[in-house]
Design a protein around this ligand. Structure first.
Ligand code: IP8
Length: 214
């Protein structure tokens, strides 16, 4: 099994609210359709999620009317991006089915409280390609919270132990610093446990987000 995340920075123009990049979506969908064997797809929210989530501080939770309205807006927006991704995957020849995190996962102060991966398992075993994404979800302590696509990658990796987990980002790999900000950033050809330990301890910053392994 292959687990792949399409980064929101690739699928969308991250600086412009709700702006997809149709050619990039089509290209990634075609590449995904060329994969042999079962595939799980996760995608980021890009400008369909991050701009309003940051503006309304959705990660802090709360259910006051203004925040509730913003949460509902972002939920609708990320589903709009998901529709574009699912449509592109289907056009490329896959049978993609969306599984929104809000329906299967609950957080507790930002950490996973419960997750039900049955839908991923059962659709996948019938030959479908489950597709999930960064979403606004319930949070037992905060009311609502953000579940990132990276967190879904981690949960799916834990549950399915895929042969590979691939992150398609707008940078060419892991760097010693953010290559968009620092010219001196160097591409790391190979990355071992020590590089991750350094990155997590803040001694070395890499150009893409790091998630802790299962
Ligand atoms: O793009 C963020 O998911 P990500 C989800 O994978 C929202 O970090 C709703 C901002």
């Amino acid at each position: 099994m292959l687990l792949v995340k399409f980064g929101g920075s690739v699928l969308t123009d991250k600086d412009r609210l709700r702006t997809p990049r149709p050619a990039a979506i089509r290209r990634l969908a075609a590449e995904a359709a060329a994969v042999r064997g079962p595939l799980l797809v996760v995608h980021g929210a890009g400008s369909f999620g991050h701009i309003l989530a940051a503006r309304h501080r959705l990660n802090e939770g709360g259910t006051a009317p203004a925040r509730r309205a913003a949460a509902a807006r972002v939920q609708a927006d990320v589903r709009e991006l998901d529709r574009l991704v699912v449509e592109a995957l289907n056009r490329a020849g896959l049978s993609a089915v969306p599984i929104p995190p809000a329906a299967v996962l609950v957080l507790d102060d930002g950490n996973v409280s419960t997750v039900d991966v049955t839908g991923f398992l059962e659709f996948s075993s019938m030959g479908f390609t489950p597709v999930t994404f960064g979403d606004v979800v319930r949070d037992r302590r905060r009311g609502i919270s953000i579940c990132s696509g990276d967190l879904m990658m981690l949960e799916l990796a834990r549950a399915f132990r895929p042969d590979r987990a691939v992150f398609a980002a707008d940078v060419d790999g892991l760097f010693t610093a953010d290559p968009k900000r620092r010219k001196s950033a160097r591409l790391l050809e190979t990355v071992g446990p020590k590089d991750f330990r350094d990155a997590l301890s803040g001694r070395r910053v890499v150009g893409t987000r790091i998630v802790r392994g299962p």
